[in-house]
Design a protein around this ligand. Sequence first.
Ligand SMILES: [Zn+2]
Length: 126
Amino acid sequence: MTTLSTEQVAHLTTMMDERFARELDEIRAVAARSRDERAQEALTGTLADRADQVLSEIATAADYAIVRQDIEDVRDIVAARRRLASGHYGVCVDCGEAIAYERLLAYPTAKRCITCQREHERRHAV
Ligand SMILES: [Zn+2]
């Protein structure tokens, strides 16, 4: 269960919305510069509905190295919004414990508590 208050959730949602808009602008700017009509078309559509699909297409369609991180961030935000909608936001996907508000403030799209994240990174370290 999450222990976040309504106000805390609202604050984190605003943070994510602002970041979402900012990253999307960056992606759009790069798409515009690249003259990739397909990507531009995809980005001017109703992105919120099918963001995952569109972003996958863009990420694989061309060399968008500059915006790859932006795209990752946007996808993380889309996933976090989904967890918000389903009531799973702020809950660690590994252990089911609440993720600390301080951690979410620094990293609003976090899906693991700090303990599980460290363990996850340790296991996946190369
Ligand atoms: Zn955990």
